[in-house]
Design a protein around this ligand. Structure first.
Ligand code: F6R
Length: 369
């Protein structure tokens, strides 16, 4: 049932190109419009939305963080992202024109469900992104966009995360289109790039031998730090989360710009720092900033593991280990840059002798608070 893979997690990582393709399938009308499923909201309801709140836990929360960048860029309405366990005990300001997007692989996460109910009590519209048909969260929501990732068995979320990203992109594009902020051809251009990601991901997955060797090297590190900017920041957080949950190692993700405000003191001779470099296309300034952050940590002794886009050769000089990913537009880059981090965590955990699919103290579906 593991299809020849040693762990479900490796199988699910390998299934990601197909999972993305399946999540995109059938979501475009003949006229190039995006079709959502189980939408009990009218286009007018969506046009009236003046604020988006994204609420989720763990890895699904990281997908929400990426979505914020895409939604604010494309739709031009304010978007906040919050952990469900915090949102539900606050008094967030919501009303009929607030769209609350809840993201949950299982559809049963208690904190996310309670956050959803909290939102509905205040008359907000709730749209769920979920991988499990008929689970509680989509049943209680006003609209649902199912991710078609297929069952995820490993406790650590991988393909669910990438398909959640795809779902978030589709929602962002849909909102932009029906609100008239993006023209159909602009939406189509992004969709075309999205449709190219499964192939790019297959290429990436075929070249991950180096990451496996690196994992064996890093298995005795006392900490691993992850830095990124813009959408690379949630990717850094996700890389650190995967490592904590699977390898039981200390790991932390930071916004690269925050290094000087504290975390840079952690850097010691040989401290591994994984750096997610933004694409030089489009956001060149941001890329240059990350490159100077890499130089800063390196000057303090860090061992740098640099994830960069194909063709961006100038970072090579600052990388002790270089991981190259295929080109993608900036906002879609997490579909690529996350994957080496999943493999890294999985392989480090395996090298340390842990049960990759069933890490200690964790459950696949967290139905308690
Ligand atoms: C991490 C992981 C968890 C879940 C979180 C939310 O690999 O799997 O952090 O992402 O428990 O679960 P769902 O998405 O089912 O609500």
């Amino acid at each position: 049932e593991k299809g020849g893979y040693e762990y479900f997690m490796l199988k699910e990582i390998a299934e990601q190109p197909q999972a993305i393709a399946d999540t995109l399938l059938g979501r475009l009308s003949d006229r190039g419009e995006i079709i959502l499923d189980e939408v009990r909201l009218t286009d007018q309801d969506l046009r009236d939305v003046d604020k988006v709140f994204i609420v989720a836990c763990g890895t699904s929360y990281h997908a929400g963080m990426v979505a914020k960048y895409a939604i604010e860029h494309w739709v031009r309405i304010p978007c906040e992202v919050e952990l469900a366990s915090e949102f539900r005990y606050r008094d967030p300001i919501l009303d009929r024109s607030t769209l609350v997007i809840v993201i949950s692989q299982s559809g049963e996460t208690m904190d996310t469900l309670m956050a959803l109910r909290h939102a509905k009590e205040q008359k907000a519209r709730v749209l769920a992104i979920c991988n499990t048909n008929g689970s509680t969260i989509p049943r209680e929501s006003d609209a649902v966009l199912y991710t078609h990732g297929g069952p995820e068995i490993a406790v650590a979320s991988t393909k669910a995360f990438l398909t959640q990203l795809v779902a978030c992109y589709l929602i962002g594009l849909h909102l932009a289109q029906i609100r008239g902020v993006m023209y159909a051809d602009e939406v189509a251009a992004v969709v075309e790039k999205l449709q190219a990601t499964p192939d790019s991901l297959r290429t990436l997955l075929a070249g991950m031998e180096d990451v496996r060797a690196l994992a064996r090297d890093l298995k005795t590190a006392s900490t691993i730090l992850f830095i990124g900017r813009h959408v690379g920041f949630p990717v850094a957080l996700e890389g650190a989360l995967k490592l904590k949950e699977l390898a039981y190692m200390h790991a932390e993700g930071f916004a690269a710009g925050e290094l000087k405000h504290g975390p840079i003191s952690l850097i010691d001779e040989g401290t591994p720092v994984v750096c997610v470099v933004p694409s030089p296309a489009g956001r060149g300034v941001m890329r240059d900033k990350v490159v100077s952050n890499i130089q800063e940590v390196r000057a303090r002794g860090a061992r740098t593991i640099v994830i960069t886009e194909e063709g961006d050769d100038s970072v090579k000089a600052f990388a002790d280990h270089l991981i190259v990913v295929p080109r993608t537009p900036t906002l879609l880059a997490p579909l690529m840059t996350t994957v080496p981090l999943q493999i890294l965590a999985c392989e480090i955990a395996a090298a340390r002798g842990h049960d990759v699919d069933q890490p200690r103290n964790l459950a696949k579906s967290v139905t308690v608070e």
